[in-house]
Design a protein around this ligand. Structure first.
Ligand code: CO
Length: 173
């Protein structure tokens, strides 16, 4: 699937709840997982592939990120109609990027711990308590379902690209 990039207006729309996990939804989820893996990203939300539905997929195979930091492994997580039900007062700042805003990174401050309620791909109600990168990815992807991008929350003075030799190149949006 093609990943929608900024400034596409679809990225600013609110997604709708999934009413029924039918074959169409299952097909979309499979395509999203494939697209996420091909793009080498950490997470993908349905609006990023032009579907305004509350579906997100997250996966981390570990290894180093673009900043040379070790990423934890996050098993494939498929969530339908996810909602943040709790978040910690304690926050954490870290780099974020987005497949819809290619090659741009910035520091975003977010709650360190979150609790999420959602349905899994089988329609079973689940609750997830997440921390660190997993918590960050969940918040980033759920933001997409509300038309929010990480650049809305980032410290704009930290926005940068990474050059061919790993050098930080400051940018202004
Ligand atoms: Co994103």
């Amino acid at each position: 699937m093609e990943i929608v990039k900024v400034p596409s207006p679809i990225l600013r729309k609110k997604s709708e709840e999934v009413k029924k996990i039918d074959l169409r939804v299952k097909g979309l989820i499979n395509d999203m997982v494939k697209t996420l893996r091909e793009a080498g990203g950490l997470g993908l939300a349905a609006p990023q592939v032009s579907h305004l539905l509350k579906i997100i997929v997250i996966e981390s195979k570990g290894g180093k990120n673009k900043h040379g930091e070790e990423r934890p492994i996050i098993p494939l997580t498929i969530l339908i109609n996810p909602k943040v039900t709790k978040c910690s007062r304690e926050t954490e700042k870290d780099h974020e990027g987005c497949l819809s805003i290619p090659e741009i990174w910035g520091i975003v401050e977010r709650p360190k711990l979150v609790t999420i309620k959602a349905l899994n791909e089988k329609g079973k109600s689940i609750k997830i308590k997440a921390q660190e990168l997993f918590a960050r990815s969940l918040q980033h992807e759920i933001d997409h379902l509300n038309g929010i991008l990480f650049t809305d929350k980032a410290d704009l003075s930290t926005l940068h690209k990474i050059g061919p030799d790993g050098e930080i190149i400051k940018i202004k949006l």
